[in-house]
Write a protein that binds this ligand. Sequence first.
Ligand code: GLU
Length: 473
Amino acid sequence: MSAQQQYSFFESVEKSFDKAAKFTKWDKGVLEQIKVCNSVYRLNFPIKRDNGTIEVIEAYRVQHSQHKSPCKGGIRFSDGVNQDEVMALASLMTYKCAIVNVPFGGAKGGIKINPRNYSVYELEKITRRYTSELVKKNFIGPGIDVPAPDYGTGEREMSWIVDTYTSLKPGEIDAAGCVTGKPITQGGVRGRKEATGLGVFFGIREVCNMEDVMKKLGLTVGVEGKRVIVQGIGNVGYHSAKFFREHGATVIAIAEHDGGVYNENGLNEEELIQHRNKTGSITNFPGAKTIVNTNEALELECDILIPAALENVINAENASRIKAKIIGEAANGPCTPEADEIFIKKGILVVPDMYLNAGGVTVSYFEWLKNLSHVRYGRLEKRFSENMNTHILGQIEELSGKKVSSGEKEFILRGAEEIDLVHSGLEETMITATREIMHIWLSNPEIPDMRTAAYVSAINKVGIIYAELGIFP
Ligand code: GLU
């Protein structure tokens, strides 16, 4: 914790929770049960490095809530991992899943390593050993706890996890559902990789389409033409930038840990990644201005700021210098409670992490359902829809005596593929959640910000299960 920060990450989550709990009807015991982390597993295990030395690895898996099973949440590889952080992230998962009606409890895992300092072989050993330790303690399984990618992990790590799990659980027919974010060949679902970034886009687009909200912020309706800054060009930042750009927004700055780039006419995230692959850094990108002090990128004039890296980057120290009108929290916990207070006073709208970045877990849910049903989305109905559409169109053409153009015809006849269904399920989820939270916020003038409204939504959805299912007889 820096001197500027009053609270640890978990304390910040608790603080936001308490702020919202006042607006709910649950008694102290129910609120306490919702808030606590049910199980915290801290483990250490040795691995042999490529140079022959033995290193002891520190790792965690926290299950915040089992009000629904399984619990769900990513695994992060970062040297900043600690128990407090994993507990905070696991709590956010519970609230996130509740808000978007994904029937899971919250969990999170972390391994305290900087993956850049390890070979692929070493990372595989660490991931497989971590998985087998979770199996030993019954901390993983399609009906128990289902990890996924997070900061520093991706499809590769998920495929090691599913392979380790299945080899230890022969005959478990639903074993592929023990982890999500897998490659398609290992039981993954199309659309998972871009899910969080696309969810961020859908959520912010919905906010930008709300006339009253935009009027209050002094902005025009719609994402088109909005100036966007993205911090972090990992999977989430990259896809957020891509979808904003593709829908007519201008991504004027992108920041990374070692510097940022700025171009008021817009940056192309794909070209930027290619530049980084060549040079090792996003800085000195042709046609863009380099921002040496990366933190300054957050403070530039813009409409929408998307922090898509780590927690606590916007805090008491820099919040008053932020000029964005909307902050879309693609990362988990990027704004501290102190920053929130400053933004309330400045009239800056913070669209909160715990629902805005729920696209990842939403599509994870679709992947898990696919694994349990053992059938690809669209397999049963695609051809049926195409045959039916052909028939309907044929009838329309015959009755009207007119023909539709070949481009239109192709569009109308097409049956839905897996990717179409996943994207549409995600769009529906994000739009519904945005409207629900806005409704809670706007119907109670005492609720100070959208984060508090999101917590109210989450607390009510979890609270009703504890209260009504007789957990407290
Ligand atoms: N790590 C992602 C998150 O923070 C995804 C979790 C999941 O898919 O289970 O939401």
